[in-house]
Every structure is written in structure tokens, then in C-alpha cells.
Design a protein around this ligand. Structure first.
Ligand code: GLU
Length: 336
């Protein structure tokens, strides 16, 4: 199939997306999502990164940024947390922009593993090894592809690119970075294992360090919603007006997100919510609604797969209330 990829290279191809409901409707639905789920107490704090265990378990915020730049906020919308795995789709987009989507597919892969985010077994069982950029193996390999001869240059490229998605300069939470860097044996092991299979494209230890830095960038739900809205807006940040990546990159990245953004629960997520989304262990979730906007939700209590319980509930509610599910259709008017 890949041989025939040229058929849809045209940027002029038709796009069909629709629009969000009215601002008043979105505001109300957002407030209702917050009220409905703010008292849910299920889930556990992540503890394998020691600094994350200190998070405020009650924090809960939701944001929507539309592709026309309107922002809607509910709950603890200014609460800061580390981006963790939610950096992965945005780093993939930056790398696709640099090396091309087909090169990225060849070097990383675009299929699901059906296994947890840090699975070593997935590397051993699958001949592609890295599998996709949403699990740690593929994500560290993706980071290793950042342009630059040194880790410093690669880090500068990633910090700058993620900041352009957010529309403001994102900084590292030093305590979380140091905590994860000091307990990083598993990710280092994954990176070195990939090296043995020639699926790591820079020094394995240094690439893991850059990856750990990218996970430690501090964001709010509004940042996540803006970043998501950029992927929903043909690669243009709706707040700054900057073209961060091409529209053709967005559609490929969103396909990988839909396949693997919620790890081994990606099928359940798509079944319930019908939108590409990405979770992180600090409790954030970004969801992308192509052509309409981005959603960010945050709450640190996680389910067994490492996905925020309240953020999943709020996103599901909003997908239903705002009619966002990509698989939804209404019968056309048929002549009788
Ligand atoms: N920094 C975390 C790790 O690599 C990110 C995992 C996640 O957010 O799912 O283990």
C-alpha cells in the first residue's frame, strides 16, 4: 500500500469537519462536566516517579480551545502539572515535519502494541521493535531523531517546538525531572535494547535524558487544549497564528494517536469517545477534535492503565454533549 502513498499528497484535497456548538452551549457543558465528576475519588496517584506521588489528588481542571481561538475553562484551570507522555504526539509532529511522515513511519512505526506504555515484551515480540511514537520505546526513538549533533541541540529543538504548540515558553519542573532521572532504569533499558536492534538514532542514554526532560515540561489544561487545537487546526496555533507543522503532518499524527494514544486502552477510548487523545501519568489528557478544537483535562488519580479517571469521564461527557465523536453520522435526507 505504501507504494501508492502519492494519491493523497495533495494539500488541496477536500476537508470536511463542521463546527463546535455555540459558545454558550460549550461553556455550560464544560461547567456541567466539572460539577458531575469533581467528587469522584476512584484511582491512585502515580508513584513510580516519586515526585508525582506528592500531587494534589483533588485537583481537577478542564479547558477547550476552539480553532478560532476561543478558550473555555472550568475548575482548576490554572493548576500546573508536568506534561509527561502528552508530549509524545507533539514531538512526533515536529519530527514528521523535519524528516517527513513516511520516514517517520519507516523509522518508528504506526501500529499499536496492545501492551502497556513501558513494555519491554512489546519490543521483543514485534519485529518493528519501536512500534509507535506513543509508547516509551517509540517515543524515545522519536526524540533521538530530533535535529542536532548534541543532546543540547536536540533538547533546544524539542523545547522550542513544544512551546510553539502551546503558544508560550514551556519550562522544566526541576524536581520532577530529577526525580524521574534518578529512577529511570526502565526507560534506559528500553533505549539500550532498541540500540541493539538499530532502532535508536542517537546515543541511547542521552536520548533518554532528552526524553525525560520533555516529559518534565510544566503545562496547564489551557496549554494542552491549545496544543491540541493546533493539531486540530491544520497545524496553525489558533492563539498565535503560527503554522507550527503542516496540515499533512497533523492528519498522520492524529491517526497514530487514535491507534495508540491511550496505550492498551486505546480501543476502549475510541469506542467511548471517538476522538484521538493522549494521556500522561501526571493525570493530563489532551483530546483533538479535527477542525473544531482541542480539549485538555487534568486530575491526578489514575486507573490501572495509567489514565486519569476524572479526565476520562469529563472528556467522554463532553464528546457526547458537544457531538464530537468522529464516527457519528446522521442519515441524509432520502427521497421517499
Ligand atoms: N515520563 C513517563 C515515563 O516515561 C511518562 C509516562 C506516561 O506519561 O505515560 O515513564
Amino acid at each position: 500500500l505504501q507504494k501508492y502513498a502519492h494519491v493523497d499528497r495533495s494539500e488541496a484535497s477536500r476537508v470536511s469537519t463542521g463546527a463546535l456548538p455555540s459558545a454558550e452551549f460549550v461553556r455550560q457543558a464544560l461547567g456541567e462536566a466539572y460539577e458531575r465528576y469533581r467528587t469522584v475519588q476512584e484511582g491512585e496517584l502515580a508513584t513510580y516517579i516519586p515526585a508525582l506521588a506528592a500531587a494534589n489528588a483533588d485537583a481537577f481542571g478542564i479547558a477547550i480551545v476552539s480553532t478560532n481561538g476561543a478558550a473555555f475553562l472550568a475548575g482548576d484551570s490554572s493548576c500546573e502539572f508536568t506534561i509527561q507522555s502528552i508530549a509524545k504526539p507533539f514531538v512526533l509532529a515536529l519530527i514528521c515535519q523535519e524528516i517527513g511522515c513516511e520516514q517517520a513511519r519507516a523509522k518508528i512505526g504506526v501500529n499499536g502494541t496492545g501492551m502497556s506504555f513501558d513494555s519491554v515484551l512489546a519490543i521483543e515480540l514485534n519485529p518493528e521493535r519501536t512500534m509507535n511514537a506513543m509508547v516509551n520505546a517509540g517515543a524515545i526513538a522519536t526524540t533521538s531523531l530530533a535535529p542536532g549533533e548534541s543532546a543540547t541541540e536536540k533538547w533546544a529543538f524539542i523545547q522550542d517546538g513544544l512551546s510553539r504548540f502551546a503558544g508560550r515558553t514551556l519550562e522544566i519542573d526541576a524536581a520532577v525531572y530529577e526525580s524521574e532521572a534518578a529512577a529511570n532504569e526502565r526507560n534506559l533499558g528500553i533505549a539500550h535494547l532498541l540500540n541493539s536492534y538499530r532502532r535508536m538514532y542517537f546515543d541511547a542514554s542521552q536520548a533518554t535524558d532528552v526524553y525525560t526532560k520533555q516529559c518534565s515540561l510544566v503545562v496547564t489544561v489551557q496549554d494542552l487544549a491549545t496544543m491540541g487545537a493546533t493539531l486540530a487546526d491544520g497545524g496553525v496555533n489558533p492563539l498565535t497564528g503560527e503554522q507550527v507543522v503542516d496540515a499533512s503532518v497533523c492528519k498522520r499524527v492524529l491517526a497514530v494517536l487514535a491507534t495508540a494514544g491511550m496505550y492498551e486502552r486505546s480501543g476502549d477510548w475510541l469506542y467511548d469517545i471517538g476522538l484521538p487523545g493522549k494521556s500522561g501519568v501526571s493525570g493530563g489528557i489532551v483530546t483533538v477534535v479535527p477542525g473544531k478544537g482541542g480539549m485538555g483535562a487534568f486530575s491526578p488519580l489514575l486507573d490501572q492503565a495509567g489514565n486519569s479517571v476524572r479526565a476520562q469521564l469529563a472528556t467522554r461527557f463532553l464528546s457526547e454533549q458537544l457531538g464530537l465523536n468522529l464516527f457519528l453520522s446522521r442519515a441524509a435526507q432520502h427521497e421517499s
